[in-house]
Design a protein around this ligand. Structure first.
Ligand SMILES: Cc1ncc(COP(=O)(O)O)c(C=O)c1O
Length: 274
């Protein structure tokens, strides 16, 4: 992560080299903090309210104090002002102490190239979070497993992973939601599988109809993804990213990923004009 600016509750903008947590904050000791990663277009965080809603839900479910939305919004503005870049990644953290932190980092420069080339995915066994203590839909800083899955994908020569459960039901990627298309219907795993309710997933659900696609959410096996006419992932930072290979088998390119990516960018531009 190329860190451009940091703002901390009660302190405002601090140097990225400054310590921001106490040593006994369980964010550090146990990975027990809530966070959000948000794409900034033209200086403005896209879908900030939706991300703050999810942050508040995550914080509640891991037993943190109620999120101070106003403070986080203020810190986001201050950090973005200090970073002085129109297109960036904003991360918001809420820890048990509580400490609120806004980080602004540069966008990785390989995403557009990856969108042109298309990504290679491998399937990895993940955990279906279908019990409350597995924290379904919670975005916490306990992401070591997700990062290990990304590293395993790279070790196998792929770009990213897609988690499947013990029955090979498709879940999600380590930091993405997964989609595929057959004819004019898009398919994506349903939220009752314990996957994260992606903000981009919700945006794609809205945009799909305008692009002329029906959507089916449900429990689908990996074989259905392998037999798709096209596939893609969605996330705030990587946006809509086409898949060209899954477990070594080619996946066809198709129009939906490009159409939805263009629609997503139009939606982001429209919020700048509003
Ligand atoms: C596990 C997981 N699934 C899906 C997503 C995509 O969510 P969003 O579209 O809100 O970025 C993320 C984002 O980081 C994630 O961590």
């Amino acid at each position: 992560m190329s860190l451009l600016a940091v703002a901390v509750g009660g302190r405002g903008v601090v140097s990225p080299a400054e310590p921001v947590l106490r040593a006994d904050d369980e964010a550090l000791l146990r990975g027990r903090a809530a966070f959000e990663t948000i794409r900034v277009y033209g200086g403005r965080p896209f879908k900030l309210a939706e991300h703050l809603d999810r942050l508040a839900g995550s914080a509640e479910r891991i037993g943190l104090p109620a999120v101070n939305r106003l403070e986080l919004e203020q810190l986001a503005q201050e950090a973005l002002g200090a970073a002085e870049v129109p297109d960036a990644v904003l991360r918001l953290y809420w820890t048990p102490t509580p400490v609120s932190i806004a980080l602004v980092s540069a966008l990785a420069d390989h995403y557009d190239e990856l969108r042109t080339r298309g990504q290679k995915l491998i399937s990895l066994r993940g955990v279906r979070a279908d019990e409350p203590w597995l924290l379904p839909g919670v975005k916490s800083t306990s992401y070591a497993v997700n990062m290990a899955a990304e590293a395993e994908a790279r070790r196998q020569g792929a770009d990213d992973a897609v988690f499947v459960d013990a029955d090979a039901t498709v879940l999600e990627g380590p930091t993405t939601n997964v989609w595929w298309r057959r004819d004019r219907t898009l398919f994506t795993p349903s939220l009752d599988l314990g996957i994260l309710a992606g903000v981009t997933r919700a945006t794609v659900l809205e945009l799909a109809g305008d692009c002329g696609y029906a959507v089916e959410e449900g429990h689908f096996g990996l074989t259905e993804l392998l037999a798709a006419d096209e596939a893609f992932t969605s996330s705030s930072v990587r946006e809509v990213m086409p898949v060209t290979e899954l477990d070594g088998a080619p996946v066809a390119r198709g129009p939906a990923a490009d159409e939805l990516q263009a629609a997503l960018r139009r939606a982001a531009e429209a919020t700048l004009r509003a």
